[in-house]
Design a protein around this ligand. Structure first.
Ligand SMILES: Cc1ncc(COP(=O)(O)O)c(C=O)c1O
Length: 464
């Protein structure tokens, strides 16, 4: 190599990353790149672009974990190369997944927690699909056993997260979603029973409705279905969508009866990455009893080096999230989860009181009887000079994401704003947010919006 080439290479090596040739040109956006690049430069470019995503800790719309302990980062790193589906190659990850299932079954009072069935998933959406599929299969087998047609399945629920709309459409099930009515924003036993018939594969109450964060009355619905069975012979199971509540109620409200203590509750899904405090990418579905999961939904695979049963929609997936969930179970136990969630409930109650006192807001949900969260609308009889869409938009200038959105059928007229108080939303952070909300309200008082933002002009918020 000629000396001047060596010098050029040496100089390039010493270049400041922003003085490098890579960063002085545009990076490819739509065409597959031709050449290699220096990893340090590429890291900086990608890292810088991600700054525009905003700060997840200030995203008060999400239910998902945005604060993670350093030990979890370390375990995730150690598991980055482990495929959880290769149960023969990574038997300890498989063992840890099974332990988590049994710990959850125990937490939810399964009569035989050590032997029941369940699995990890990518989140509640996949878990809901699996729970729904099992309900449909059990119903179909029951109809066939009676010599009846099984071609018009339906499922009953309150206002559900989009995953249940997907389940219904992908698996050809009629969704009988109970519409909201006036101040009733969740299901009631009466509304459920009205919609039941012999084609009902199951009822799905949500423990922590996505729109308002309230718990649906699982116990009362189970009671009503018991009466229905006495009167009509219809035996309709319950699957609880406990995406958030499944990791809240057992710690914060242990006396609330919603889980496998009710024999009619056959399966439960939960998001590990929400109030389970695991990093993004893990959910769980657990059946009350082995016999509640139809055996023909389980595949046995032998090409991974052993004969392994699998029940999942996807295949390869990193093992880290499962390991991190197990870490949390050991690290926190019931005591730790209770302390963290109670701190969130206290902060949510504090925020509710402050929001109520500001003047223009009517509190719709105050963190009692559901998720540690709050939501409010604008009072009906005032004109504060802004819509909640305007307020959400202005709060974004300080980095806060507090979306405004309208309710589903039949309360599309009701627009609300919601704050999720998760692990890491401290009292101080809450105070900073309140200061900014007050500042915005004062600003709009002095400068009323002449063309207020609406759902259409603000760009729709999607629930995650
Ligand atoms: C009640 C409910 N069910 C299901 C889901 C979907 O959960 P995931 O994002 O874990 O797939 C959500 C998400 O917010 C939810 O609130």
């Amino acid at each position: 190599m000629a000396l001047h080439e060596k010098e050029t290479i040496n100089k390039n090596f010493l270049d400041d990353v922003y003085a490098s040739t890579d960063l002085s040109v545009r990076m490819p956006k739509h065409r597959f790149p031709e050449e290699e690049r220096n990893p340090r430069h590429v890291y900086q470019v990608v890292h810088d672009e991600l700054m525009l995503d905003g700060n997840s800790r200030q995203n008060l719309a999400t239910f998902c974990s945005t604060w993670i302990e350093p030990e979890v980062h370390q375990l995730m790193n150690e598991c980055i190369d482990k495929n959880m589906i290769d149960k023969d190659e990574y038997p300890q990850t498989a063992e840890i997944e099974a332990r988590c299932v049994h710990m959850l079954a125990d937490l939810w009072n399964s009569p035989d927690a050590a032997n029941t069935m369940g699995c990890s998933t990518t989140g509640s959406s996949e878990a809901a699909m699996l729970g729904g599929m099992a309900m449909k299969r059990r119903w179909r087998d029951g109809m066939h056993a009676q010599g009846k047609a099984a071609d018009k399945p339906n499922m009953i629920c309150g206002p559900v997260q989009i995953c249940w709309h997907k389940f219904a459409r992908y698996w050809d099930v009629e969704l009988r979603e109970i519409p909201m009515e006036s101040d009733r924003l969740i299901m009631t036993p009466e509304e459920v029973v009205k919609r039941c018939d012999e084609n009902t594969i199951g009822v799905v109450p949500t423990l922590g409705v996505t729109f308002t964060c309230q718990y649906e009355p699982v116990n009362a619905v189970a009671d009503a279905l018991d009466h229905l069975q006495n009167d009509s012979g219809l035996n309709i199971p319950i699957h609880v969508d406990g995406a958030s509540g499944g990791f809240l109620a057992p710690f914060a409200e242990p006396d609330l009866i919603w889980d496998f203590r009710l024999p009619r509750v056959k399966s439960i899904n939960v998001s590990g990455h929400k109030f389970g405090l695991a990093p993004l990418g893990v959910g769980w579905v657990v059946w009350r009893d082995k016999k509640d999961l139809p055996g023909d939904l389980i595949f046995n695979v032998n090409y991974l080096g052993g004969n392994m049963p699998t029940f999942a929609l996807n295949f390869s997936r990193p093992g880290g999230q499962i390991v991190a969930q197990y870490y949390n179970f050991l690290r926190l136990g019931r005591e730790g989860y209770r302390k963290i969630h109670q701190a969130c409930y206290h902060t949510a109650a504090y925020l509710t009181d402050e929001i109520r006192q500001m003047g223009p807001f009517k509190v719709i949900y105050d963190s009692r009887g559901g998720i540690p969260a709050l939501c409010w609308s604008l009072k009906e009889d005032i004109n504060p000079g802004f819509t909640l869409y305007d307020l959400a938009d202005r709060l974004r200038s300080r980095g806060w994401q507090v979306p405004a959105y309208s309710m589903p059928a039949n309360r599309e007229d009701l627009v609300i704003q919601r704050i999720l108080v998760r692990h890491g939303v401290s009292r101080d952070l809450g105070d900073l947010l309140l200061d900014d909300i007050r500042r915005c309200v004062n600003y709009f008082d002095r400068n009323p919006v002449s063309v207020p933002l609406t759902e259409e002009t603000a760009g729709g918020y999607k629930h995650s």
